[in-house]
Design a protein around this ligand. Structure first.
Ligand code: FES
Length: 123
């Protein structure tokens, strides 16, 4: 039997098998054909080392990252949220970020960084 390695490094027999695993883990899967023709921004497209995005800058300043395992999801979720509502309460940020877990438990520093970035983005 041939196995494929998905983007999380999980060996899967097929896309259907991957979807079943992700659903059990509470993760979502977006089939690539459903976003055909859509502009997609990844973490690498946000900023540069010389000119980081306000969220990246705030995460560095607040020491909000540790291992980095969750950072793509955290920063891109924060960006999607702050683009719509840069001036947000702690509760609104926590609600927006509730689907992204950080096992290093840096949630308080992340909240501070997201709030700081939102204030910068609102200017
Ligand atoms: S920084 Fe390690 S899981 Fe979030």
């Amino acid at each position: 039997m041939t196995y494929q390695i998905d983007h999380l490094g999980i060996a899967v027999k097929s896309l259907a098998a991957a979807k079943a695993i992700y659903e059990k883990l509470g993760l979502s899967v977006t089939p690539v054909e459903t976003v055909d023709g859509t502009e997609i921004t990844t973490l690498e497209g946000l900023g540069t080392i010389q000119k980081p995005h306000p969220i990246q800058k705030a995460f560095i300043e607040e020491g909000a990252a540790q291992c980095g395992f969750c950072l793509n999801a955290v920063i891109m979720t924060a960006k999607a949220f702050l683009d719509k509502k840069p001036k947000s309460s702690d509760e609104e940020i926590q609600q927006a970020m509730s689907g992204v877990l950080c096992r290093c438990f840096t949630h308080v520093r992340m909240l501070r960084a997201i709030k700081k970035a939102g204030q910068e983005m609102a200017r």
